[in-house]
Ligand binder design. Structure first.
Ligand code: C5P
Length: 226
């Protein structure tokens, strides 16, 4: 089945403290969105790409992505929550799409190999697959009074990333039934009753959220000599 990748880039990115929406902030001369597109184009199989951006930036994004060359990209306006932005992407998936990956543009340095791993697991299992990394910090649950209640057994925990991949039917059904807000797509798909497996993630798939993360991104580029 053909693969489509929905890149959600419609967040305002207020925590970044920049004037521009996050995906349009540049790191060493190239935007977070452009850098995410590199990872998608590096996938071992060609995918249809849907990019979801703030309404006011649809025309700009179309022009920038066309100028960057590469395969044609479908650009659509997002919503005021990530979930609505993903739904906007799902609504324009071309017929014939069998596997859907949803990726945060803010995870601009995710290696293409992570995308490939997610696709091959969805294809071989017929179920969802998401990248995750073991939790290395000690995790505590804390009460309203700020006092530690317990230390959580971290051996069963993973910190999850994107791209998150699903058979198209699973994610379409999950979004059609969605009630309330979910923090990621896998939670919605699980809620709809479909299994989701975890595959190895990558530290470079960290989400750029704060000014500190931008510095981390700069360091990463310097080390890679890019
Ligand atoms: O805000 P946060 O960094 O968690 O958002 C994760 C991803 O979801 C980002 O790439 C952001 O652009 C996207 N997003 C979106 N529409 C929103 C909110 C977030 O596409 N309304």
């Amino acid at each position: 089945p053909a693969v489509a990748v929905i890149v959600v880039a419609a967040g305002s990115g207020t925590r970044l403290g920049r004037a521009r929406p996050k995906a349009f902030v540049e790191i060493a001369g190239r935007s977070i969105l452009e850098r995410s597109m590199d990872a998608v184009s590096g996938m071992s199989e060609t995918a249809t790409v849907v990019v979801v951006v703030p309404d006011a930036l649809v025309a700009d994004a179309r022009a920038a992505l066309a100028a960057a060359g590469g395969a044609p990209v479908i650009v659509v306006p997002g919503g005021d929550t990530r979930q609505k932005s993903v739904a906007a992407g799902i609504a324009v998936l071309p017929e014939g799409t069998g596997i859907v990956l949803v990726h945060d543009a803010a995870r601009a340095f995710t290696p293409s190999a992570v995308f490939d791993r997610v696709v091959s697991t969805v294809r071989s299992s017929g179920n969802g697959a998401i990248p995750g990394l073991p939790v290395t910090d000690t995790i505590k649950s804390v009460g309203d009074d700020g006092v530690v209640q317990a230390t959580v057994d971290r051996s069963t925990l993973v910190a999850v990333q994107t791209p998150q991949g699903f058979p198209r039917a699973h994610i379409v059904e999950a979004y059609a039934r969605a009630a309330g807000d979910f923090t990621d797509d896998a939670a919605l798909v699980r809620e709809a009753g479909h299994p989701v497996a975890v595959v190895p993630g990558d530290a470079r798939a960290f989400k750029i959220t704060t000014a500190d993360d931008l510095e981390r991104a700069d360091d990463l580029l310097r080390r890679q000599g890019m």
